[in-house]
Design a protein around this ligand. Structure first.
Ligand code: FAD
Length: 138
């Protein structure tokens, strides 16, 4: 299977209702496709892990990357994996702007770093650190 992580910027910031609609539709389609993962959103920036069968992930990312609701997609991780990291989640989601998340262990360490304000400045290790924090605490 393949794990692919990209970051992107919303063309215009998403409202809660728009995020909810995106998630609801994505979860239905991901379940049908056998895709799991995690979507993080903060101040107009997305980070998403897609995992599943290689071609399925690549085709879905192709569709997502052409979605006019966001742009400037940058792939940070594209690697084979033995098992899905978020195997139970058709698409986990966190809006990192939510202040209540700051109580999570490890949250402030990552997001207090200067570069953490923009996912675009993340590297693969930063991505995994953030994704692991949510897997361990949510
Ligand atoms: P259609 O509904 O026929 O889509 C046709 C076109 O319309 C596509 O280009 C689509 O991008 C665009 N579109 C759809 N809804 C809107 C809208 N409300 N406003 C403007 N344009 C729209 N989809 C998943 O299935 N799984 C995911 O994990 C996933 N993650 C996403 C993450 C982000 C950050 C974004 C922005 C989108 C994500 N999507 C995801 C949505 C994805 O881009 C497609 O819209 C969706 O897969 C349906 O595409 P379709 O071609 O099958 O269907």
């Amino acid at each position: 299977m393949l794990q692919l992580v990209y970051v992107s910027s919303a063309t215009t910031p998403f409202s809660n209702a728009e995020l909810l609609e995106l998630l609801t539709k994505s979860r239905i389609k991901n379940s049908k496709l056998g895709i799991t993962g995690m979507l993080l959103y903060k101040d107009g920036n997305f980070m998403q892990l897609l995992e599943g069968e290689d071609n399925t992930v690549r085709q879905l990312f192709e569709t997502i990357s052409h979605d006019p609701r966001h742009h400037n997609s940058i792939v940070l991780i594209d690697e084979p994996a033995e098992t899905a990291y978020f195997g139970d989640w058709s698409m986990g989601f966190r809006d990192l702007s939510d202040k209540s998340l700051e109580t999570l262990p490890g949250f402030s360490q990552i997001l207090n770093r200067p570069k953490a304000a923009e996912f675009q400045k993340f590297d693969g290790n930063d991505c995994w650190e953030l994704l692991k924090m949510f897997k361990d605490n949510c």
